[in-house]
Structure formats: C-alpha cells, structure tokens
Design a protein around this ligand. Structure first.
Ligand SMILES: [Zn+2]
Length: 124
C-alpha cells in the first residue's frame, strides 16, 4: 500500500488515496467508455479530498445511484461514487500523479451486462 495524490486538470480538485493498485478495472459501459475511466474502488477511509469540494458538480442518469462528479472548471472526472459500491469511492487511476497506467494489470468489467457482472465483482 502507498498513498498517491491525484486530482483534476486545473488543480482545484486534489485528493489522496491509499492503495496497492492491484485491482484496476476498465468498464465498457456507455459512460466509462466515453470518459476513458480506469477504476480504483476504495473504502472511504482510504480516500481524502484535500481541496475542491466546492468545485465539483455531479452528473446522474439511469438508476441515479452513481454520483459522477467532475470539476466544473476543467471538466475532468477524477473520482466519483460508483453504482456498484455506493459506500465506496471510485478513483480514476489516470488522474493519479506518478502512475504509469501502461504498466498496470487491468481487469475488464462488462458494464453493458451490469446485472450479471456485478455478481462477480468483489471489492474488499
Ligand atoms: Zn479542474
């Protein structure tokens, strides 16, 4: 485990997340495909928002369970509350500093068949 810093493009939203980056997930659903999100789901005690809470805005659709936060200045979605784990935080690994995403083992999540896939996804 190590603590990474991350945030949006303009720098208003900044956070810390503690993880070993062993479970990085790519989802093929309509929104994740468009955003290019690389998911890292962590319990809330391993995530700390440092700045920018007031710069976030939230997009919701469908079941309206997920809260798709993004910076209202630069548009970057650096973390959000996922539908699969509404009591967790889902960080976009592409927004972490000093992480080379090409070196990570990425797990696929079939978000187009969400109801089936969710039964196989366990995050601890
Ligand atoms: Zn920003």
């Amino acid at each position: 485990m190590r603590t990474y810093t991350g945030g949006c493009h303009c720098g208003r939203v900044r956070f810390e997340v503690t993880s070993d980056l062993t479970r990085v997930i790519e989802c093929n659903c309509s929104i994740c495909t468009r955003k290019g999100y690389l998911h890292l789901i962590v319990p809330p005690d391993r995530f700390r928002l440092l700045t920018g809470g007031e710069d976030l805005t939230t997009y919701q659709f469908g079941s309206r369970t997920a809260r798709h936060h993004f910076c209202r200045h630069c548009g970057v979605a650096s973390f959000y509350v996922p539908r699969s784990h509404p009591d967790h935080i889902d960080v976009n690994v592409r927004c972490l500093h000093g992480v080379d995403c090409t070196t990570l083992r990425v797990e696929r999540f079939d978000g187009r068949d969400w109801e089936t896939s969710i039964r196989r996804l366990e995050i601890h």
